[in-house]
Design a protein around this ligand. Structure first.
Ligand SMILES: C[S@@+](CC[C@H](N)C(=O)[O-])C[C@H]1O[C@@H](n2cnc3c(N)ncnc32)[C@H](O)[C@@H]1O
Length: 303
């Protein structure tokens, strides 16, 4: 293991690591599950499409990998209704301390086999990887992030392996990674020549230190993750995916509770904002289910 990867891993996941000791995103940065219930609503719509494609089985899994405080898993659990609610098994997976959430199982390890939908929401950006300065003869960089002398990069191989493992745990259904990231063409063109490694603490970007005092993160090479996991997949923007799942966010002027409708519309606008959460990538793999049954054709992701 390269030293920078080990330092990053120890800082987040060592005995006194940032996430090991139970720090949650809510205290340090804003993620889409913290905006409101709307992301969970959209994922329930996606889960319903998976459910239909699987023939509405007796048991349906929703697995939230890298669950943090478990907000997404808890929302999906509480919003599920009808026959789906009775058949749904919600599992939150995180290496941090287990949280007690009604109707949600907590696990430290990814389960298998999964029949349903596995989601990694802002999980892969928290998977440590080697930090390098070019030139480098690393084979992952040669394929995915050609480096000129002095340019910095993160070697995405550990994320590729983590995602391939997660997708491999889905027996039938779908796996979705949602994250900020980049594409090979932009990396090769030098758009990320300083790398994307960054640290956050208490809502602010701070100088990265490997002492467990801050979250350490880097953008995800989602195209490389897609290739590593393989199969039938699409990579689209969160903005487009949410629209295709029915989250469009217009305020109905005739709504009985106009203020509540306006609040919901503004949360949806935040989730779909270009240059913000809407520019996150949605990497969706179908396993035994064609991706075309889950999302209509959408433009390819342009971060
Ligand atoms: C950036 S946080 C995202 C939390 C949440 N999904 C959200 O979007 O608000 C990343 C989470 O992934 C967890 N994590 C990282 N590697 C993991 C692994 N191999 N297994 C389970 N959880 C992991 C961390 O402990 C952390 O809680």
């Amino acid at each position: 293991m390269v030293d920078s990867e080990r330092a990053w891993r120890d800082a987040l996941y060592g005995p006194a690591g940032f996430f090991t000791r139970g720090e949650v995103p809510a205290d340090h940065f804003r993620t889409a599950p913290l905006v409101g219930p709307e992301l969970a609503e959209a994922l329930l719509e996606l889960l319903d499409r998976v459910d239909a494609a699987l023939g509405r089985p007796a048991r349906l899994d929703f697995v939230d990998v890298g669950a943090g405080g478990g907000e997404l898993a808890a929302s999906v659990r509480s919003l599920a209704s009808g026959s789906l609610a009775a058949r749904l098994v919600v599992t939150a997976v995180d290496v941090g301390p287990a949280r007690s959430l009604p109707g949600v199982r907590w696990a430290r390890e990814l389960p298998a086999p999964v029949h349903g939908l596995l989601v990694g929401h802002e999980w892969l950006d928290a998977v440590p990887c080697p930090l390098v300065t070019g030139p480098s003869d690393d084979p992952w960089l040669a394929r995915w992030w050609p480096l000129r002398a002095g340019e910095r990069a993160e070697v995405g191989a550990p994320r590729d392996a983590a995602w391939a493992d997660a997708v491999g745990r889905v027996a039938r259904g779908a796996a979705l990674a949602v994250d900020y990231g980049h594409l090979r063409a932009d990396r090769a063109a030098g758009r990320y020549a300083s790398g994307t490694f960054a640290a956050y603490r208490g809502g602010r970007r701070v100088e990265p230190v490997f002492d467990g005092s801050c979250d350490l993160t880097a953008h995800v090479a989602l195209d490389a993750c897609a290739a590593a996991a393989g199969g039938d997949w699409v990579l689209v923007s969160q903005r487009d995916a949410l629209g295709a799942l029915g989250l469009v966010g217009a305020v109905d002027p005739a709504a009985a509770d106009w203020l509540a409708a306006a609040g919901r519309a503004s949360r949806i606008a935040e989730l779909r904002a270009e240059g913000g959460l809407g520019s996150f990538g949605w990497l969706l793999h179908g396993v035994g289910v064609p991706v075309a049954d889950l999302l209509p054709p959408l433009p390819p992701w342009r971060p």
